[in-house]
Design a protein around this ligand. Structure first.
Ligand SMILES: Cc1cc2nc3c(=O)[nH]c(=O)nc-3n(C[C@H](O)[C@H](O)[C@H](O)COP(=O)(O)O)c2cc1C
Length: 132
């Protein structure tokens, strides 16, 4: 079991306050003691998660750290090589590229998603992207 955290998310009126970083470090310390398998950090829909908070979260959590938000293959490889996290998650690229993994492996260009279809009902913009 793991948890997804959005430390600097501002959805639905959430505010970023001066104690926020300390609160999240305290939280992951506690989660680490509980033996959670992973912490998945969300960098989306708010302010960017500061690099020093990300590093403090990594230092204080024994399980796997998953990073996400605006990744492409190059940045993902760079962050993994730099040891900033253990795994990288992709969100929007998966919507527009049903075969994202094989396309990344082969270094093929990626289709761009259509943001006007995000958070809308129906298949348009979710299951109608071409497979190739
Ligand atoms: C249409 C859409 C729906 C999403 N729904 C959720 C959700 O239900 N829960 C969640 O934690 N994140 C959700 N996200 C955020 C993504 O999981 C991801 O964190 C975000 O898109 C940033 O990663 P990316 O830059 O690779 O897309 C959603 C994103 C999009 C575009």
């Amino acid at each position: 079991m793991g948890i997804r955290l959005s430390p600097h998310g501002t959805f639905n009126g959430m505010a970023v306050d001066p104690e926020l970083d300390a609160v999240f470090v305290h939280l992951v310390r506690g989660l680490s003691e509980l033996g959670l398998a992973y912490v998945h950090l969300v960098d989306f829909g708010g302010k960017v998660v500061p690099a020093d908070l990300q590093a403090d979260i990594q230092k204080n959590f024994r399980g796997r750290l998953i990073l996400s938000g605006e990744y492409d293959a190059t940045r993902a490889e760079a962050d993994l090589a730099a040891g900033r996290g253990d795994l990288i998650a992709f969100g929007r690229p998966f919507i527009a590229n049903p075969r994202l993994v094989s396309r990344l492996r082969a270094g093929l260009p990626l289709a761009q998603g259509d943001p006007s279809t995000f958070y809308t009902p129906g298949e348009r913009g979710y299951t109608d992207y071409p497979l190739e």
